[in-house]
Structures are given as C-alpha cells and as structure tokens.
Design a binder for this molecule. Structure first.
Ligand code: HEC
Length: 459
C-alpha cells in the first residue's frame, strides 16, 4: 500500500515480485479461535477498505438559489468535464439471473447512483500541480480527479494538501503550459485545414514552385515589422495593464459589483468587434492607397470607416441596452443582485465604445503610413493617465460610479487627441518602406500576367 509506520516499516511495492513484506496483518493466524472467525482472517487493511466501501455517501445539504446557480455554472464552464456529477454502478440491486450479476460483488453496491463529481480518471494537470512523482501509469503531472462530494468537510485540498482555500485549489488547476499547448494545437490544426483548403481549391494565394522563396524572411521587412510591431505590442500591454488595475479597483466594491463588471466586460468584447474589423479593413485600404499615392482616397476611406463604425457600434450598444435583462441572465441567472448593477454599468459605459471605435479607425489610418508611436503615446495619456488616474483619484470620494464614468472620459480624451493628431500631426509625410521604382512595379504586374504565372481566379 505504500504506507509504512512503526509496526510495518517495510512499504509494499507496486511490483508484486518485490514484495518481501507480508501484507499488514494485525492478528496472528495461529490462534484457533481467531482463525475460525472469517472476519478476523482478513488483514486489517482489507477490513478497513470494506468498512469504507460500505459507508454511506456524503449527503449534500439542500441547495439555495445561489448554490443552484453555482452548480449550473460548474457544468457550464467545463468543471463537469472532469468532475462528472454522477455515475451509476453497474448491475442491478436484485439480480434475476447470472447475466444481471455484473457489477460489484456486494449486492448492496449494485445499480446505485453516486453523485461523486469525478470521472475517476487521471489527467495532465500542468506545472502548477505537478509533483514529478511517477506512479504506475500516472506521469509527473497526472492526477486522478478528486471526487468533490463531501468537499465542505475537508481540511486540506489537492494531492499535497497545500491549501485549505478553495479558490487556491481551483486556481491551481490553471497551467500556462497546458493552456498554450491547447492553443498551439488548436491554431496548428486550423492552419493545416486552411492550407489543405487552399491547395484543394487551387486558390491564387497558394504557394507553388519558385513562389516558395517568398517564405524566406527579408531582413529589410523584418526590421520594419519589428520597429512598427513593437509599439503595437506595447499597445496591448497598456490595455492589459489598465484592465488589471480596473479589476483591482472593482474587486474592492464587493462580489456583486465584480460579477456585474465581469458581465459588462464580456458584452463589451462583442461591442468592440465591428470597430476592430473596420479598423483592420481601413488600415489595409489606406496602406494600399498611400502606396499608390492616392491621398484623395485616404481621407474618404477614413470618413467611411468612421461612418460605418458609428452605425454598427451604435446598433450593438442599442441591442445590448434593449435586451439587457435576458442577456445578463445568461451569465448569472435571472434573479441575481448583479443584474441591476450590470445594467447601470452598461448605461454609463457602453456608449463610450462608439467614441472608442472612431479613434480606432483614425489610428488605423495613421498607422497605415507607419505612424505607430503617436497613437501609443495618446493611448498612454488617455487610458493610463486619463482613465485610470480619474478613476483612482475620485473613487474614494464619489464611489464606484466613477469607475464606469472613466470609460467615456478616457475614450473622449483619446478621440480628442487622436483627431488633433490626424488633422495637424505630420503623419502624412512619413514613408513606411521605400516605394518600388515605377519600372519595377510595372514589371511585377506583368509577371503575373504571363501564362505560366497567371493568377488563377477559379476559387
Ligand atoms: C482536466 C480535468 C479537470 C477539470 C476541467 C477540473 N478539475 Fe478539479 N481536479 C482535477 C484533478 C485531477 C484534481 C486533483 C488534483 C490534485 O490533487 O492535485 C482536481 C481537484 C479539484 C479540487 C480539490 C479537491 C480536493 O479535495 O483536493 C477542487 C476543489 C476542484 N478540483 C474544483 C474544480 C473546479 C471548480 C473546476 C472548474 C473550474 C475544476 N475543478 C475543473 C481535474 C479537473
């Protein structure tokens, strides 16, 4: 059993051949009176196992509304994928024939529903839980899903009893490695599918023959990508950082406000989608026209981008405000105290994404000509100084509403600064990379028209 104590100093190995120690047995078999007693013939550990096996299962207390919501969430977010809520033991309680006698030897344990919250399987749990001990088939980071029944009565949690805090136990399931492996496998599979599709349909953008050399990185381009990509990466960092600070501030306001903010953030991800897509499109179109020196079109593209974005984002915001109740109920159940708070947050904060979208389109245009640092500086000023500064300064005096107002205020600052830069900044004079010489461009455009290399738009 791998357990030793003063009485049984030699542990048993998993390899039966190595087991020199006899299974712990607390009663000498030589005494006739004990030898004839079948119960006493069992080794102590076996009696203990039988005792445990036949103990009644833990009974859950009756569920409050809140607990039912938790139970629902538990399945919804995927905990139940491993912590399977219930199983039925095989066989039936009163077997009529041998075919029905499959299942545990003890009749009392046949055909029972057990709500154990475990799949009884081992899973890779990643670096946070790994103990680097290999046992049987279970690797260094593999553990059997702990049944969660009776969890409320446990003092220490996880295989090493590292904590008695339930939240820590749940958080320690997270493994950055597992997450990235999952993401890697998912994107890898998606990429393979896209490639197969491209070649199957023989789309013009598939690589063939000499075109494979396009995969070789061009140092000049790499330099541009690095120089221009770095500030865009920093952009994400500013957003993530401000998001963390915001969560920190919101968390102090209590659990209902935190839940409400969580819902608001989920919905805002969708509200921002049109702006992101339009921003990317504007950037690509502006870049092509800047390359072709058609500045007249660049202004028109930006204006249409802004127009389309205002319409789409306004529709999104309106939809969310109109159908807020059923939408929020999807996240937290119909009668959660978080719902009125979430509506309040939406009313104050969500329209700021219309302004945010305009800024995004304007930034996309200036970035298309390589002006990447000014948008970053404007972002730092509006988000870190304007929004977070405003929220942190006024929060103690005016309460949580300040947090929601910080969104429109931050967006307004960045739009103001963004428009000033768009109108008066020198971004139009920049050059992203040297333009092709005129003859070279003509040559390149003929190259694709030759029979061998003709584009093949049959997709
Ligand atoms: C990939 C499968 C898997 C998923 C998904 C999963 N768990 Fe676990 N869970 C495990 C394993 C395996 C253990 C045992 C880990 C250990 O002992 O170190 C465990 C242990 C636990 C424990 C500690 C129990 C104890 O007594 O030690 C809790 C609490 C828990 N899980 C809750 C959750 C919650 C809540 C979720 C959803 C957010 C979840 N689990 C999702 C596999 C999983």
């Amino acid at each position: 059993m791998g357990i030793t104590n003063d009485l049984f100093p030699i542990s048993r190995s998993e390899d039966e051949d190595c087991n020199l120690a006899y299974a712990p047995f607390d009663v000498p078999r030589t005494e006739v009176s004990l030898y004839d007693d079948p119960l006493k013939i069992m080794p102590a550990w076996l009696m203990f196992t039988q005792f445990m096996r036949l103990l009644d299962a833990p009974h859950p207390v009756s569920f409050s509304d809140e607990a039912q919501r938790g139970q629902h969430l538990f399945s919804q977010i995927g905990c139940a994928l491993c912590h399977t809520p219930s199983f039925k033991t095989p066989g039936m309680a009163n077997p009529q024939g041998p075919s029905q006698e499959i299942g545990p030897h003890v009749v009392a344990l046949r055909g029972k529903t057990v709500n154990l919250y475990s799949d009884l399987l081992v899973h890779h749990m990643g670096a946070t839980l790994a103990d680097n001990i290999v046992q049987g088939d279970a690797g260094p980071d593999e553990f059997r899903t702990t049944p969660l029944w009776g969890l409320g009565t446990r003092l220490f949690l996880l295989h090493d009893g590292r904590t008695s805090d339930l939240l820590v136990a749940i958080r320690d399931h997270y493994s950055a490695f597992g997450w990235s492996v999952g993401l890697f496998m998912f994107t890898g599979a998606a990429l393979c599918c896209v490639e197969v599709w491209r070649y199957a349909r023989d789309l013009p953008i598939r690589l063939r023959g000499a075109e494979w050399r396009f995969l070789l990185p061009d140092t000049k381009l790499l330099q541009v990508i690095f120089l221009k990509g770095l500030p865009m990466g920093l952009h994400m960092l500013v957003f993530t950082f401000s998001g963390l600070v915001m969560v920190g501030l919101v968390n102090r306001a209590g659990i209902d406000v935190t839940a409400a903010y969580g819902i608001a953030q989920q919905l805002w991800t969708y509200v921002q989608m049109p702006a992101m897509a339009i921003g990317t499109a504007v950037s690509a179109m502006a870049a092509q026209n800047i390359g072709a020196n058609r500045w007249d079109r660049v202004g028109a593209i930006t204006r249409s981008g802004v127009g389309i974005n205002i319409i789409l984002t306004t529709v999104m915001v309106a939809l969310i405000l109109l159908f807020d109740r059923p939408l929020f109920a999807l996240f937290v159940g119909g009668n959660s105290p978080a719902i009125p708070i979430a509506r309040h947050i939406q009313l104050i904060g969500s329209w700021s994404f219309i302004i945010f979208g305009i800024t995004l389109v304007v930034f996309s245009t200036v970035r298309a000509n390589g002006a990447v640092y000014p948008p970053l500086i404007i972002l730092v000023m509006s988000v870190l100084v304007g929004r977070i500064g405003f929220a942190a300064l006024l929060l103690p005096r005016y309460g949580t509403d300040v947090l929601w107002w910080s969104f429109p205020i931050g967006s307004a600052i960045s739009l103001g600064l963004g428009l000033i830069y768009y109108r008066f900044g020198g971004w139009r004079e920049k050059r992203l990379i040297d333009q092709f010489a005129e003859e070279e461009a003509t040559e390149l455009s003929y190259a694709t028209a030759e029979p061998g290399g003709r584009l093949n738009p049959n997709g």
